[in-house]
Design a protein around this ligand. Sequence first.
Ligand code: PEP
Ligand code: MG
Length: 329
Amino acid sequence: LSEKVRSVIDLPAQTLDGKQIDLLLNAGLSSGFEHSKNSGAQGIGLYRTEIPFMNRSCFPSELEQTVLYRQVLEAFAGETVTMRTLDVGGDKSLPYFPIVEDNPFLGWRGIRITLDHPEIFLLQVRAMMRANIDQGNLAIMLPMISHLDEVNDAIRLVNQAYYELSCELVLDEGQVLNRPKIGIMIEVPSVLFQLPELAKKVDFFSVGSNDLTQYLLAVDRNNARVAGLYSAYHPAVLRALALIAEQAKQYHIPLSLCGELAGEPAGALLLLAMGYDQLSMNPHNIARIKWVIRHIELKKAQKILKRALTFTNAKQVHNYLNEQLELLG
Ligand code: PEP
Ligand code: MG
């Protein structure tokens, strides 16, 4: 990072005309938290819990998970840590839980697995809530939601874990068992048409633009042969992102985006203009995105968005945005 970019690290992500947006971290490893803490972010927007499940030979116990999650929640005391429940399947497999399918990205993945195995889900959310009794900064996020019943079922399980724990645990002074906020990932296109109903059920939305792009465009996010077709700047994806932002505002639900798009200057600029409240990204992108936000007016970003939405392909959008970014310096 250049000196120029690094200089904004401890300053707020605020536009020239005063619009603030929260920048948060994507995380998933238990080590390196000290480094992430100094990245200039205000908490964790996506903790991918499947990552610590990967380098092992069996599922971690409730106690092991509690210890791990507590480390993360303590390292970010006073700032929200959004932990996503296990999102395996698709391209992410656990050596001790093999899944063989013809179409893994359309198969048994994320919430589908954990609702079929409520014992895995219950154990995980119990560990999260136990880990949270000192800090109280946990939020829980559900991956791969494609219809309302999944949300109802998952909330029922979270409530069950909460009531069981409130009977079992003997708390010290200052410790509180919280029922954490629950949000969903917006990453399967079907939920774009159920946002009003979903907004009534959960506390926040977080867009997974990596999967949303893959599923909207029917392009495998990891297939090099069709990589040229995969772009979050495709006009259809941009319109979907704008629609989500409009509806989130209409139904008063906090909105974040935690896919790779949030960590790209061009993407962040568009999302800022659309009205996203939070952007969550890899630690090394925070300073750069902050710099861009601090060097533009919201009004100007909105003008750029309006123009960007008139193009008919991703390449034109991308070229136009890069031109505009160059003008900022
Ligand atoms: C996404 O799909 O955009 C996302 C953030 O989740 P993951 O990349 O872990 O699927
Ligand atoms: Mg995803």
